[in-house]
Structure formats: structure tokens, C-alpha cells
Design a protein around this ligand. Structure first.
Ligand code: PMV
Length: 369
């Protein structure tokens, strides 16, 4: 079994002096949710997600060697400039600093370089769509490209596995944004190769019903969340329903694996909607308790249920840690569903905004030099 130690860089290669890369990485939407973690970003339960295609972060990493070729120069600091959409962004720096600190033991060459990190999102700023998953995934890909320069014999499998491992240390769910269309993160007895340390592509033949699955994100509330995911995860420690919740997630993952193989959309809807409501139920039953849904979140859910009852179109909703609603549906119901969204849901969006996305395949290299 792969352990943390396997990800420690221990080559004696000469450090290259300068270069740069550019990667994009998408957001993802969990079907079985990760909510609750142990030390070092180890999930309390396994999760599974669809990778998105259009909601992405695009990050350029430029690097210049600072001084000696000796790894991990003591007492030195991380050195980086951070640009968001081309302009310096000081308030993002502490997050990156923390990320570098967490991954330093695995990437001891980081302190030998000065970095220029230039990042942008394809989705509107502060749309309420979390950019931490795509952002950390895109940065992790760039760092692995640098590491591959230092260790050209690295296999592709290791490259993507360590990228997911590093992304996880930045933001847990980011490890599911590296590679593949349906990604599992967390040990699960029925999923070969699954690990708490990194995401793996679901190793099953997925039914045609789930190819090109659509996700239209209804932007209900674009404000800052009142409670961050980090605080929410921590509140699962000592949560009165934690034990049952973590065991339910294992069962739901077994069930959804079967469903993704056999194409049963009715069963898919049951698991996905129940997972979304359970996630929010955990928030409402934490101490302190909190609510991230807004009145319009519930209006939209009710509209989706009525529309599904009337038309038998197999659309469903899921939620992440916020008020926005993800409407999930098979590609062959795209026209009817988009019409329904325009007619019945747009009135509940902030400024009438929604984003049409669909399943994608993970990070992409844009430039290397
Ligand atoms: O990766 P984090 O710490 O932002 O947590 C994400 C948690 C959920 O989006 C609510 C669920 C999930 O599995 O993505």
C-alpha cells in the first residue's frame, strides 16, 4: 500500500535554473459528500464526484532558482508573488503560504525557488462557486511539472497520484479535480486502489446514461459563506450523528458504484438528493449549528420536485457547502431541462445567473517552457 513516505522527493538531481508552466484544473461536484476530517486532511469518510468541464482555474507558475543547489536551505523562506487576473492579490497569499508549509516535506525544492503564481477562474469571481478545489488542483499540477523536470524518470501514474496527494493537502476535495471524470477519494472496501491520500478514477465501466452528464449551477447567493468548510469539517468531531453519517457514506458509495454501472437513474436521484440534504442536516445539527441554504434554495428544490413529478424527466439536485443548487441531468434531456430552468428557476437566481457545465476529465497542460 502506498504511504505518505512514498511521496517525499529524495532525488539528488541538479536544480534547473528557471522555467514556467500553465495548467488548468476544474471544479468538481460530490455525489457522496466529504464532510468531516481527521488530522492531515484525511477524510472521515470516502466520497465520489463528477469532475466539471467549464468551471476551471487556470494557473501559470513561473520559477527562478534563488541560490544554492542544496535542497531545503534552513531558515530560508518561501518566496512567491501572487497575481489574480494579472494583478497582485495579497489576501490570497496566506493560503498559498500555508499550502507550501504543508507540502514542503514532500517537495523540499520549493524553498530553492522564487515563484510567480498567476491565476484566474473561468467562472465569475465570488459566484459562490468554491475555487479552492480547482485552484489548489491547478497549483499542484504546476508544482508536479516542476518536479518532473527535476526527476524526468517519474512515471505518469506517480505524477498524477502525487499531484492529487498535494492538492488534497491544499483543500481536501481538490484531490478529486486532477484526473478522470468520476473520482473517488477515501478508502472504500469495494473500490480497488481507493486511498485516503489521493483521488482515483472510479475503476468501473460506467453506464451510457452517465456519459456527458449535465450540471447547471443555479447561483442563488454569491455572498461570502457565513461558515467556512474548514470550520464545518471540524464540527463533525463530537457531532452526535457522526458515526452513523460516516457509515452511511460508505453504504451510499457502494450503492452509487452499482448505480453508475447499471444506469438506474431513479436510484441515482435518491442517493444524490439524500446526500445533499444529509450534508446540510449535519450543518444544522452541529454545535454551534448553522444554515447555508437560503429561502430560494428551498424554492428551487420544490420546483425541481414538481417538474420531475409532472414530466418524469430524471433531473435531480445536489448542493455543496453553500446556497447554490446544482441541477444534474442526462444529456438527452438538455433542451427540456434548460427550458424549465429559464422558465421556472431563473427568477430565484441572483441577477438571473446560472452556469451550464457538464462532466469533464480533469486538469490540462496549457503551456510548458
Ligand atoms: O474541500 P473542502 O474542504 O472545501 O470541502 C468540501 C466539502 C463539500 O463540498 C461540501 C463536499 C465535497 O465532498 O466536495
Amino acid at each position: 500500500m502506498i504511504s505518505e513516505k512514498d511521496f517525499i522527493f529524495n532525488q539528488n538531481a541538479a536544480l534547473i535554473s528557471e522555467g514556467g508552466f500553465e495548467w488548468s484544473a476544474p471544479s468538481n461536484i460530490a455525489l457522496v459528500k466529504y464532510w468531516g476530517k481527521k488530522a492531515n486532511q484525511i477524510p472521515a469518510n470516502p466520497s465520489i464526484s463528477f469532475t466539471l468541464n467549464h468551471c476551471k482555474t487556470i494557473t501559470k507558475l513561473g520559477f527562478t532558482k534563488k541560490h544554492s543547489d542544496k535542497l531545503s536551505v534552513t531558515n530560508s523562506r518561501f518566496s512567491f508573488d501572487l497575481l489574480f487576473e494579472g494583478k497582485p492579490k495579497e489576501d490570497f497569499k496566506p493560503k498559498i503560504q500555508k499550502f507550501f508549509e504543508r507540502i514542503e516535506v514532500y517537495c523540499p525544492y520549493l524553498k530553492n525557488y522564487h515563484f510567480i503564481i498567476d491565476t484566474q477562474n473561468t467562472f465569475p469571481h465570488s459566484s459562490g462557486i468554491a475555487s479552492s478545489a480547482s485552484g489548489m488542483a491547478a497549483l499542484a499540477m504546476n508544482i508536479m511539472s516542476l518536479e518532473k523536470e527535476l526527476n524526468p524518470r517519474m512515471t505518469d501514474d506517480f505524477f498524477y497520484q502525487k499531484a492529487s496527494f498535494l492538492a488534497r493537502l491544499g483543500s481536501g476535495s481538490a484531490c478529486r479535480s486532477i484526473k478522470g471524470d468520476i473520482v473517488v477519494w477515501g478508502n472504500h472496501k469495494e473500490i480497488n486502489g481507493s486511498s485516503d491520500l489521493f483521488g482515483v478514477e472510479l475503476p468501473s465501466e460506467v453506464h451510457a446514461n452517465f456519459k456527458n452528464y449535465q450540471d447547471t449551477i443555479i447561483l442563488v447567493d454569491k455572498g461570502e459563506k457565513q461558515v467556512s468548510s474548514t470550520v464545518g469539517h471540524d464540527l463533525m468531531q463530537n457531532h452526535p450523528f457522526a458515526v452513523q453519517r460516516f457509515s452511511q457514506a460508505h453504504q451510499n458509495l457502494s450503492a452509487i458504484k452499482r448505480i453508475l454501472e447499471n444506469g438506474n437513474l431513479v436510484e441515482f436521484i435518491k442517493i444524490v438528493e439524500s446526500e445533499a440534504l444529509t450534508l446540510h442536516a449535519m450543518m444544522m445539527t452541529s454545535m454551534p449549528y448553522f444554515i447555508l441554504m437560503k429561502p430560494n434554495t428551498l424554492e428551487i428544490i420544490n420546483k425541481i420536485w414538481s417538474f420531475r413529478n409532472e414530466t418524469h424527466i430524471p433531473l435531480c439536485f445536489t448542493l455543496d457547502a453553500g446556497a447554490n443548487v446544482h441541477v444534474l441531468y442526462p444529456e438527452n434531456y438538455k433542451n427540456e431541462t434548460l427550458q424549465f430552468i429559464k422558465d421556472d428557476l431563473v427568477g430565484y437566481c441572483q441577477n438571473g445567473q446560472y452556469i451550464c457545465d457538464e462532466i469533464g476529465f480533469g486538469s490540462q497542460l496549457i503551456l510548458e517552457n
